[in-house]
Design a protein around this ligand. Structure first.
Ligand code: ZN
Length: 507
């Protein structure tokens, strides 16, 4: 029997996914196992394989298969002309529409460009690491200039209506525009700046040193695995490893890898990032395996992905109920220093608010300001409003304005993040969006599960996971981010729930 066109498409997507998983495995290995000297060889292997993945994906329409399916799709959307073409199920429609969207973008990028960008950004990352170690922006500057030029070029290839930043943002948060983002972020800024001033002037003093001690790494690993497991990470369908920057990667819903980082004197340092990455991983593990390779087994957007990690890390993982359950276990495992420290005090320490220079160490209240600062800068940089050489000056002025802090040197300023060196312009906003989506989802979750706090106090996370799976995870890319938020919470994305959450917690 002749195979249906939609089945052939699925088969082709499946093949591309195998290549994509291979690429992801190389990248995971680079961060977790690879010896330092392997960097150059790995960069060229990754660049070569990236081009193959790109070409293989473009080839799905080599005989016009996707174009024909897209026509069937368009016809089925028009109610009047329902005559010709295959009958398409709702899930087939999602597969076609989403594959078409990615295909349209991908085919606009010439292969030589894809290769050049992969190679330049891979090399730029090691130059950035050197510049950061030597605390010298000048070393990295020429590489960043190349990257910015390439990203402006990419935006041109992809085409855009109002600003080139829109074209880049689309890679991470499909459907989001610079205009909407500016609007949401301005609302947020109007709340955050005065809110932080109030906190800064408060008289409450918290001594965070009380949670420091000596924590053997093997014991930390075991504790982190226990927490990840307990909250819902399936360790038979994943692994927890160690890397410099924590991350999550997935090859299939049955094989999702997370990493964390350890500090011998601070066990919470690893716990916070493990809970964060476990939140990402639970999402990936809950995507429907039966549609592997298709958009139905892909996350909605980076922002929605981030909402899942933030919800676990912050709303749940930094709550008093959560630690009512885990703190006695922490005390038992690490009597020094926790035996003498009260739960309430531990809770205050892990929730301490303090303006700081480093984004990855920022608390819940100041974090979004770090993002808004980066968004404003990268948008203007891509638009060409200023040049790379002026970056440190612009960065430092904004830090002064938003946090009232002076940047002592570029290591604590412009050189702290890896993103721009890897060409990830448009990525930062998804972190702040994640915080907003998380607060909005969590507000709904609390309404839907009135006994939530009691369950968390007992270490019972079954219902939370069931809710997240049925409302968010299992749909893959069936809905866009804005459709999903509307469907789950009944409202458009807005910063209200996040601001209310901060006020409730920190007032
Ligand atoms: Zn994350």
């Amino acid at each position: 029997m002749k195979q249906k066109p939609i089945e052939i498409l699925k088969e082709r997507l499946h093949e591309v996914s195998h290549l994509g998983a291979t690429l992801a495995l190389l990248q995971w290995d680079q961060e977790v196992n690879m010896p330092d000297k392997g960097a150059d060889a790995r960069a060229s292997a990754i660049s070569y394989l990236s081009a193959i993945v790109h070409n293989k994906f473009i080839e799905i329409d080599k005989d016009g298969l996707l174009t024909k399916l897209k026509k069937d799709f368009d016809n089925s959307e028009k109610k009047s002309s329902r005559k010709k073409g295959e009958k398409l199920s709702p899930s087939d429609k999602v597969i076609i529409a989403e594959t078409w969207r990615s295909y349209e973008r991908e085919k606009k990028l010439p292969e030589v460009f894809v290769k050049e960008l992969a190679e330049v950004s891979s090399k730029s990352q090691s130059v950035w690491a050197e510049a950061r170690a030597k605390d010298d922006f000048k070393i990295w500057q020429p590489w960043l200039e190349r990257i910015v030029k390439l990203k402006r070029q990419e935006a041109k290839y992809l085409s855009y209506k109002t600003t080139p930043y829109d074209a880049l943002l689309e890679s991470y948060e499909p459907g989001m525009t610079t205009e909407e983002l500016t609007h949401v972020f301005n609302d947020l800024k109007d709340f955050l700046v005065p809110f932080l001033k109030k906190i800064k002037s408060s008289q409450i003093k918290i001594n965070s040193k009380k949670i420091l001690g000596q924590f053997p790494i093997e014991k930390q690993v075991a504790f982190n695995e226990m927490i990840a497991n307990k909250i819902g990470f399936d360790n038979e369908a994943g692994r927890l490893d160690k890397s410099v920057h924590p991350f999550t990667t997935n090859f299939h819903p049955t094989d999702v890898r997370i990493t964390t980082r350890y500090r011998g004197n601070n066990v919470y340092y690893s716990i916070g990032s493990t809970i964060h990455e476990a939140g990402h991983a639970i999402y990936e593990q809950n995507l429907p395996s039966e549609h592997f390779g298709t958009p139905l087994t892909e996350a909605v957007s980076m922002g929605i992905h981030e909402s899942q990690s933030r919800l676990w890390e912050n709303q749940i993982g930094k709550s008093l109920s959560f630690w009512k359950y885990f703190y006695p276990r922490l005390q038992k495992e690490f009597p020094e220093p926790f035996q003498k420290l009260k739960l309430e005090e531990f809770y205050k320490i892990i929730n301490k608010v303090e303006p700081s220079l480093i984004r990855t160490e920022a608390d819940e209240a100041t974090y979004n300001l770090h993002i808004i600062l980066r968004f404003e800068i990268e948008r203007e940089l891509v638009e060409g409003s200023f040049e790379v050489k002026d970056l440190p000056k612009i960065w430092n002025a904004k830090v002064k304005e938003y946090f009232g802090l002076t940047v002592p040197s570029d290591k604590f300023g412009i050189l702290q993040d890896v993103h721009w060196s890897g060409g990830d312009f448009g990525y930062f906003p998804t972190y702040a969006l994640g915080n907003l989506y998380a607060a909005q989802f969590y507000n709904q979750l609390r309404t839907d599960i009135p006994k939530l706090d009691g369950q968390i106090t007992k270490g019972n996370f079954g219902e939370v996971n069931k809710w997240l799976k049925s409302h968010i995870h299992q749909h893959g890319k069936t809905y866009t981010a804005s459709q999903l938020v509307k469907k789950v919470t009944g409202e458009e994305l807005n910063s209200r729930y996040f601001c209310e959450y901060l006020q409730r917690k920190f007032s």
